[in-house]
Structures are given as C-alpha cells and as structure tokens.
Write a new protein. Structure first.
Length: 565
C-alpha cells in the first residue's frame, strides 16, 4: 500500500464453483486496490501551538489484490484495507498525530481484462468480507460472476530455488509518468518482477510461515500474487526487508486457504481441498497407502486399484504389472506413451517428493492436454517389488492437481506393497468345483480357491457380444487367467468362431485358436477353445506368460474336459 507519510521500520509492510475458467494470465486477474477515506491530523509546532487538519475523500493508500473466485472474491493483505490506523510523524520540531479511516474500497481491473470481466467500467466498489490482522490477510467482494481468477497452487509443494513472479502495482499511479496520475479512473499498468524462492521461513509453531523471495518489491506490491512458472499462486506478497536488497516475504498460499476455510469462504472456491486420511491396508491386493478423504477403491480386480472421481475431479489408479523393466523404463512408458493413460503427457519440471533411504520408489510428475485441449497433470510413483511393479498415479485437471499437489505426493510416498506371484503346481493336481461366477456362466467348473473377477476373453472380430463373461486367477498369481464367455444361442459354429479369433489353431483341434502378445517386456500365450454345451456356446481361454505356458495348456485341456463331462 502507498502511505501518505513514510514510516521507518526494520521490516516495511506495504500499505500502498463456477463456470468461469482461470485467467489466461495471472495478470488478467490481478487488481489494483484503492482505499479512500478521511484523514485527521493533530499538529503541534515548535512553539507549542496546536492545530488540526481534516480531509475527506482522500486516497489514503493503494495496493494489490487478485481474484480467487469467479463469484467476485479478491484476496489481499489486511494492512492494505485496514479500516483505521494511527501513527505519529515528526518533521523537524513539528509533530503530528495522524488518524486515517477507510470508508471506501475500490477494485480496479487493467484495461486488458475488462472484456473478460464483461464490463466497461474499470473500477468497482468493494466490501470487506473477512480480515485477519495476525495473518495479514483480507478478502474483498465485488458484485460479479464468472470472473477469470488466479488459480491457487500448493505452498507445501514448493522448495528453495523455484522460479516465481511477483505481480502488483508498485507505487500505485505514481509510475504513470506519461499520464495524468491524479485522474480518479486511472488504472496503472501491472508490474511483473521475476525472482525465486530463497528460503522457507517457519513460525514459532514450526509451520511454514513465510516464503522468502528474491523478487524486487516496493510499496504497492502488497497483496499481489506470487506465481510459479505455470501461473499458479503459491503466495501472497507481504513485505520486504527495508535495509537489504532482494529479500522479500510472501505469505504461503496454504495459509490463505486455512484463512478462507476459517471464515466459511472455501465453498466459493472453484477447487476442492483434499486432506489425507489414515493409512489403508488393501490386504486382498497386497498393497497399502494413505488415500485422500473421500476416495475409495472401486475396482473388482486384484491387480488394480481404481478410485475414480466424478468428471473433472482427481482420480487414482494403481496397476500391478509383471515386467523385467526397471522403474525408469516403466516411467517412460507411463509418461511417453498412452499405454496406461489415454492422454498425451510430458515430464514436468519442479520439486518432487522422496522417501528417505528407499531407492525402490520412483516419484515424478507430468503434464499434458486432453483431446478437448484441457490441461491435465499427473503425479505418479513406480514401486519396485522385483519382477512385479506397482504403477500408481493421480490424474486430473491441472488446477485441481496444483491446488492439492503436496497431499497427492504424500499419498504416493506412503505407497507400500508386497509381491504376490508364486510358483504354480501341476495342472493335474488342480481341484475343481462348479461355481456361479457373479453375472457370468453358472455352474461352470472353476479351479477350487481361485479368485473370480468380471474379466472377458479376447474379443474376436465379427462375433456378437456374449451374454456373460468371467475370469479366474490363482490366489497367489495375477499373470495366469482362465477366461470364459457364454452365448445363449449362436448360429455360428465353434470352428468358425475359433477362426474369427485367430488364424492359428490351438492344441485342442479345429475349434481352438492360439496367439501371442507382449506387454511390458513379457511374452504371453493366449489359447482358447469353443464348445457347445446344450443350447449354449462357451469360449474357454487361458492367458499365461511363456514360463507357465505348459501349465496353462494342460489346464485348458483339463478345463474343457471338466466342462463337457
């Protein structure tokens, strides 16, 4: 804020869910804050004579703020909009006790953002919605909707060295040398000062209290956003060290989130804040981690965790895979191809979490766009369990991911798992039992104790959709599967159906088929057979890595025998 009179101090503070999208540039949603009010001064000269001076409708200060909600809410410093302040000024032998009272707050938008705001008037009268002098934060409100806003990042995810820009209006209108600075509707041009986070300063309770920054700051920068290279606000500019160059301070943006929540304003934000719940052990899937509150696994598959969210929210997916590849190779496949996520992604720079002393966990992040040109991000972890790997990732819109970055990283850092693949016995030693496989074929023989899942055999071109499907896996393996499909009636005979699935016949004659596939460096065999059982046609299929191919073929033959007895 720009004060009327200069006050010396060691630290100089600077008194000088919606349809809208975040601003294309943070500058478009960074506003000029003008405080108008009254001034009363009691002046005593060197002779002891006293006189008073009163002024109304004077500009008692200016500062900066930024739109944080499309509903018209603007975040700034409390000292920018402080409603009453008293101070003493001495000049020579004269002394004045000054009291200023704010009566009106104006929020002014730069000319370039007026079109996006849908208004031709640069300034709007604002009301004070919330303030906290201890935190030095305040929220102003203007009557508006669908405002472009500055998306908030996560200050717990930043580290020293991160490049940041300080946006604001230093010295208010005094820098507009070529214009009439006294014009009441003049909105100065915004200034952008580059710099970096120099250090993370903690408060008495050990919590991150200030971001020390190297950006050039001046009176008037107070309340402006400190943004990272992607335009997400990670701090609120507050002050600089008066007698040192390149040492300024910003309030971490997560402090601002706490402030908004404490005043009941968080529900007006375009993004929901996530918090980690307790550690969850998923014993059936041999893994565990801390999940954000509200996320639960909905996948029926042992080798997958799927905590999908409503459209536009953050989703968690974890795949257990068998592969000889190292975590770096899997990372390249995850990020550089669409093998796991059907979006184009590229590695993203920035600080990453870590797990001290554990080289088995690889962490990273990526960014990209959907086919609808929506920005997305991914935070991921690859956990090395030997021949098995866990590939975990959070995927969602960039603004939601950035808002909760530290929570998602902490969740991934907590990931643990155990290998599940064990040696299989002989096929002729497998015990069988007729089971009802959920919505799948009824009374079909399945290996006793195997886990049944709603998976289907290979899709065969030209065949109608089956009426039911199921799959079964050994209790200590996820790489070998028996898969079955059923047709209640079919005019196509088993031989033609087998030909539709593959050109090569399998080990069980003309009604069987065989093919091979490769996934993540492991070669698999697929063999299947079609057979009529009463009025039904069944497709029985086995999937197995090469090292279990003999077991798989023998198991398929035994399965066909049991099914047709």
């Amino acid at each position: 804020m720009k004060p009327i009179l200069l006050l010396a101090a060691v630290l100089v503070a600077f008194p000088t869910r919606a349809e809208a999208e975040r601003a294309r540039s943070p500058a478009d949603a960074t506003v000029f804050v003008r405080v108008v009010g009254s001034l009363h001064a009691e002046i005593e000269d060197e002779t002891g004579l006293k006189r008073s001076v009163d002024r109304d409708r004077v500009e008692i200060g200016t500062g900066t703020g930024f739109v944080i909600s499309p509903f018209g809410y603007i975040l700034t410093n409390e000292h920018v909009v402080r409603t009453r302040e008293q101070f003493q000024v001495t000049r020579g032998l004269q002394q004045a006790n000054v009291t200023v009272r704010a009566s009106t707050f104006e929020v002014c938008f730069a000319s370039g953002s007026l079109a996006a705001r849908g208004s031709s008037a640069p300034c709007s009268v604002a009301s004070l919605s919330a303030s906290d002098p201890t935190l030095d934060l305040a929220v102003l409100f203007i009557s508006a909707t669908d405002l472009p806003y500055v998306a908030l990042g996560d200050s717990d995810a930043v580290s020293p060295g991160l490049a940041v820009d300080a946006l604001g209006y230093p010295f208010g209108r005094e820098l507009e040398l070529g214009k009439i600075a006294g014009a009441p509707d003049l909105v100065p041009e915004i200034s952008t000062n580059p710099g970096a986070i120099s250090a993370l300063r903690a408060g008495a309770d050990g919590e991150r209290r200030y971001l020390q920054i190297s950006n050039t700051l001046n009176p008037g920068n107070s309340g402006g956003p400190l943004v990272d290279a992607d335009g997400f606000a990670v701090g609120v500019i507050r002050m600089k060290l008066e007698k040192a160059a390149g040492i300024g301070f910003a309030i971490p943006i997560n402090e601002a989130k706490d402030f908004l929540e404490s005043h009941g304003l968080d529900h007006l934000m375009p993004v929901r804040r996530l918090r980690l719940g307790p550690f969850q052990s998923m014993d059936a899937k041999a893994l565990g981690l801390r999940l954000p509150e509200g996320l639960t696994d909905s996948s029926p598959f042992r080798s997958r965790v799927d905590a999908d969210a409503p459209s536009g929210e953050i989703a968690l997916r974890i795949d257990r895979v068998l592969t000889p590849w190292n975590p770096r190779q899997l990372e390249q496949t995850l990020v550089g191809t669409q093998a796991f996520e059907r979006v184009a992604l590229a590695p993203r720079r920035g600080p990453m979490a870590s797990r001290a002393g554990d080289a088995s966990l690889l962490l990273g992040h990526a960014a990209g766009t959907t086919d609808r040109n929506q920005e997305i991000r991914m935070e991921y972890a690859v956990l090395n369990l030997g021949p098995e790997k866990l590939i975990a990732r959070y995927v969602g819109p960039a603004d939601r991911m950035a808002f909760n970055e530290s929570v998602l990283r902490q969740s991934l850092v907590s990931l643990v798992g155990q290998p599940v693949v064990a040696e299989l016995g002989a096929a002729d030693k497998v015990e069988w039992d007729a089971v009802a496989a959920g919505n799948g074929p009824r009374a079909l023989p399945m290996p006793l104790g195997w886990v049944v899942e709603p998976a289907a055999p290979s899709a065969c071109p030209g065949l109608p959709a089956p009426s039911a499907v199921a799959a079964a896996f050994p209790p200590r393996d996820f790489t070998v599967a028996l898969r079955v499909a059923r047709w209640s009636a079919s005019e196509v005979g088993p031989e033609k159906m087998a030909s539709a699935c593959a050109s090569s016949r399998g080990s069980l004659g003309a009604t069987s088929y065989a093919s091979r596939t490769e996934w993540l460096g492991v070669s698999y065999i697929i063999e299947g057979v079609f057979t009529r059982i009463g009025q039904q046609v069944m497709q029985l299929e086995v999937l197995s890595p090469d090292r279990h191919s003999a077991f798989a073929r023998a198991l398929l033959a035994e399965w066909l025998k049991k099914a047709t007895e």
